[in-house]
Design a protein around this ligand. Structure first.
Ligand code: FES
Length: 107
């Protein structure tokens, strides 16, 4: 698919799991939250650290940055606690024939 980056197969991204991929210059982190797929930029809005190193809490639907403990809602990227206040960019996800795709749809 034009402009869409292959992430993995659906079998490789089960509920409670996350996968990261580069789409051009953008690192994207894709989550499976109870069967729904969500994608955020793999970059903490506090000090630009990679969120993929952190813990995905599938019960809360959040990802915690391991550097200073900020948490973000994986459904929309909003910051849930200090020291981050700005949201993380959210990206679209598509599933086609058992394959997961995402892309950076900003300008
Ligand atoms: S860089 Fe993520 S909380 Fe500080």
């Amino acid at each position: 698919m034009r402009g869409w980056e292959f992430v993995c197969t659906t079998a490789e991204l089960l509920p409670g799991e996350k996968r990261s991929v580069w789409a051009g210059d953008t690192a994207i982190l894709v989550f499976n939250l109870d069967g729904d797929l969500h994608a955020l930029e793999d970059r903490c809005s506090h000090e630009d650290f990679e969120l993929s190193s952190g813990t995905f809490d599938a019960a809360e639907g959040s990802i915690e940055c391991i550097l200073h403990g900020a948490r973000f809602d994986v459904r929309d990227g909003r910051a849930l606690c200090a020291p981050a206040y700005a949201p993380v960019a959210k990206f679209p996800v598509r599933v086609v024939d058992g394959a997961v795709y995402t892309r950076d749809d900003r300008g």
